[in-house]
Design a protein around this ligand. Structure first.
Ligand SMILES: [Zn+2]
Length: 90
């Protein structure tokens, strides 16, 4: 196991609950996808969150290993709702 394939200890899979999630991708601090900034927000620093992805060796689920606050992902404006799903199944 090299530095890039660091096993995340104490992290449970969000699907099966087993502690067998291995991080395989770290994209660093990343702005939220589909979070369109208002004209006023363009002059301020944009919020960024760690974007790290792990693989569960028990059930095969691929998931984020860092949780983004729900309030940051599910902002409701007058015209739109933009959810950011934290996982996908292969
Ligand atoms: Zn699992």
């Amino acid at each position: 196991m090299n530095e890039q394939q660091q096993m995340v200890s104490g992290l449970s899979c969000i699907v099966c609950g087993k502690q067998s999630v291995e991080r395989f991708l770290d994209l660093g601090a990343t702005a939220l996808a589909n979070k369109f900034l208002t004209k006023e927000e363009l002059s301020k620093p944009e919020a960024k969150y760690p974007l790290r992805v792990g693989y569960c060796h028990t059930c095969g689920h691929v998931q984020l290993t860092e949780e983004v606050p729900p309030s940051a992902m599910f902002e409701v404006t007058a015209v739109e709702v933009w959810p950011w799903r934290g996982s996908m199944r292969l």
